[in-house]
Design a protein around this ligand. Structure first.
Ligand SMILES: Nc1ncnc2c1ncn2[C@@H]1O[C@H](COP(=O)(O)OP(=O)(O)O)[C@@H](O)[C@H]1O
Ligand SMILES: [Mg+2]
Length: 282
């Protein structure tokens, strides 16, 4: 039905405005590790000239098999990894300037929280890091817990949380500074279908509140329903970019079918038995 029309309008409007997140010819090489496979001294090229832009209010799904370079891209945006060449910026400011990250929230792929803390205590800790004035702190914590549906568990230690609740407290942590852009690294990974649905609803609510969400995933079913646009990365190169509907070739009915074609996955009986396509490493 009218699904592709609003997206097309969004895209037309996007063309004239400045992106919130952008990379231009981004290349990242990691020094060869001693003892790496085949004792190769060649650097590992994780990103080979990535160019993409994400615009205000978009939910952008950053897809790719394991090892494609998704986390590396996020690490450059977050200032954890330096680009070998190319450019990356947030809100029009080069990511080499820490001020570019003032209005972002970030959920890492793996979160490590002190499990003996309650949700309130954890969020208080992050609120202090962000210098949220004491007078506003408790109200902000309440608001954030409400957004992720964890008010009822605010005073329980995190160790008693389900995996889905732990992921939601991670997102609450990313929201504590009321960011305009959320960078979420595999927010649905390891969650059961209910947990995935909860995170999906949360992303939809964030979009309704006007936030921009850039998240990586290989849960293609989730992505299909929640994203305005997706980018498909494989072996450090962007293979496709656009609204899901536009990436489907004639006859393809799901993002998974398009994804497998785009990453060049060849279904071979032997491979199918041994290895999941989504775990293909570069
Ligand atoms: N610190 C590092 N040192 C060396 N190689 C790395 C490092 N981090 C990632 N890589 C390699 O870079 C490639 C991209 O990794 P990553 O960005 O984590 O992919 P993804 O998040 O898409 O799974 C992989 O081949 C990975 O092994
Ligand atoms: Mg990753």
């Amino acid at each position: 039905m009218g699904f592709s029309t609003p997206i097309a309008i969004t895209m037309t409007n996007c063309a004239s405005i400045e992106p919130i997140l952008s990379t231009e010819n981004l290349r990242v090489e990691y020094a060869a590790l001693s003892g790496s496979a085949g004792n190769s001294r060649e650097p590992k090229v994780a990103l080979k000239g990535l160019s993409l832009s994400v615009y205000r209010g978009e939910v952008f799904g950053f897809l790719g098999p394991n090892g494609a370079g998704k986390t590396t891209t996020m690490n450059v945006l977050l200032g954890f990894t330096s680009a070998t060449s190319g450019k990356a910026s947030l809100f029009g400011t080069d990511v080499r300037q820490p001020i570019s990250r003032q209005r972002i929230g970030y959920l890492p792929e793996l979160t490590y929280y002190y499990k003996f803390l309650t949700a309130e205590e954890l969020l208080r800790f992050y609120a202090k890091i962000f210098n949220i004035p004491k007078a506003q702190r408790e109200e902000r914590i309440r608001q954030v817990l409400h957004r992720v549906d964890l008010e009822h568990a605010a005073r329980r230690p995190i160790r008693t949380y389900s995996k889905g609740m732990q992921q939601r407290i991670g997102i609450a942590q990313a929201l504590i500074n009321d960011p305009d852009l959320l960078i979420l690294d595999e927010p649905t990974s390891g969650l059961d279908p209910v947990g995935r649905m909860e995170v999906r609803h949360l992303i939809q609510r964030l979009k309704q509140e006007g936030k921009t969400v850039f998240f990586s995933s290989h849960e293609l079913g989730e992505v299909e329903t929640v994203c305005d646009r997706v980018g498909i990365l494989a072996q450090g190169e962007l293979k496709a970019l656009g609204p899901v509907q536009e990436l489907l070739a004639p006859g393809e009915r799901s993002l998974e079918q398009a994804f497998l074609r785009i990453i060049g996955y060849q279904a071979q009986e032997e491979t199918l038995c041994k290895k999941s396509p989504l775990s293909l490493a570069s």
